[in-house]
Design a protein around this ligand. Structure first.
Ligand code: ADP
Ligand code: MG
Length: 336
């Protein structure tokens, strides 16, 4: 039983209170407004609370001995990335963790990394839980989004362009190097190795992009498990298919260069099924192309259109010569 079958079989129930329950990057809960508006007659616009939980486990999501500053940052970043994927503005979060020991030399930089990102997005820590145990960190983050503007996985339409917010595959390349599946070429500058390390250890949640795409994009998701699997979630929820071109996927020149070497299969795997990128996949009508290019450039993002949403239910990926490629499977904690 895979991760998503497990959730569907044992935990998915019809939502009574949520406007959007299990199955998207965030749940959406209507916010109630009382009669205490600060200015009489000026009620704030209706909002949904958007809420998401992500847990990181040592040995599974990060290496033992991982840099604690970057880990603190990443624990919050993966949650902010889910808020970004639904177009929500960060509001507050709670922090629960198990730690093997109360070590100030770890706790200080961990908290500094966490709050550096929290302050950058003006999100407030409101509570949590602390226990001894194997190192595990779980954050629940909540944001706000106007109901009609949430970017749901189910909103893609045939004819939409498919976009990626910036280069992908770098986090997986770093991971595969750590696993000994490949080695960086001896000629690669140290700054590029550091670039891939940061892609894996300290991702940038695309919050400003998610908010800028409100009312422009149709569907969105963040890439946590890999392009093919995460785009697959949009296709399943939106009941449509997609055609994607490998050559159009934004990638670092070093990773793109690997496509022309004996390491091609590994590079394809990084691009199509490598997880941990936390870039956004989003779909939008072709009429929005100019607007989207402007938004991406304004945010300094090297995003690109990688293909199209089509009728049907298949994800077809084409290589540089227009031949079909079978994407290796994206990450699943309980893959059969
Ligand atoms: P994401 O990668 O965006 O964090 P996941 O793929 O982890 O989302 O989860 C898919 C959906 O299943 C989400 O809506 C998530 O909230 C929900 N989910 C995951 N685990 C559980 C669980 N144990 N109980 C209820 N819902 C869950
Ligand atoms: Mg997500």
């Amino acid at each position: 039983m895979g991760e998503f079958d497990l959730i569907d079989t044992y935990f998915r129930r019809p939502a009574k209170r949520a406007a959007l329950g299990i199955g998207d990057d965030c749940a959406l809960i209507p916010m109630q407004f009382g009669s205490t508006s600060s200015v009489a007659g000026e009620l704030p616009a209706a909002q949904f609370w958007a809420t998401t939980t992500d847990m990181l486990v040592e040995g599974r999501h990060f290496f033992a001995g991982a840099d604690p500053y970057r880990l603190g940052w990443k624990c919050l970043a993966v949650n902010l990335s889910d808020l970004a994927a639904i177009g929500a503005e960060p509001h507050h979060f709670s922090l629960a963790f198990a730690l093997p020991e109360a070590d100030p030399a770890w706790l200080k930089p961990f908290s500094q990394g966490l709050f550096a990102l929290a302050d950058a997005h003006d999100i407030e820590l409101i509570g949590g839980d602390t226990t001894a145990g194997p190192r595990t960190i779980c954050i629940t983050a909540t944001g706000l989004v106007p109901p009609a503007l949430a970017l749901k996985r189910s909103a893609a339409k045939a004819g939409d362009d498919i976009w990626i917010s910036d280069e992908i595959g770098g986090a997986a390349l770093q991971l595969f190097t750590r696993w000994g599946r490949t080695q960086f070429s001896a000629a690669i500058p140290a700054a590029q190795i550091e670039h891939f390390l940061v892609r894996m250890e300290q991702p940038q949640p695309r919050v400003a992009l998610g908010i800028a795409l409100r009312g422009i994009a149709h569907a969105a998701i963040d890439i946590s498990d890999g392009l093919s699997g995460d785009l697959g979630h949009i296709l399943k929820a939106s009941k449509c298919g997609a055609e994607v071109r490998l050559a159009q996927i934004p990638a670092h020149p070093y990773l793109r260069g690997l496509l022309a070497t004996p390491e091609r299969n590994l590079a394809v795997e990084c691009l199509l099924s490598g997880g941990d990128d936390y870039e956004l996949i989003f779909t939008a009508p072709p009429s929005a192309r100019g607007q989207i290019e402007k938004i991406l450039a304004g945010l300094g993002l090297a995003g690109a259109c990688i293909g199209k949403i089509v009728a049907g239910d298949q994800l077809k990926i084409f290589d540089e010569d227009g031949k079909r490629l079978i994407a290796p499977k994206s990450f699943d904690h309980f893959a059969p």
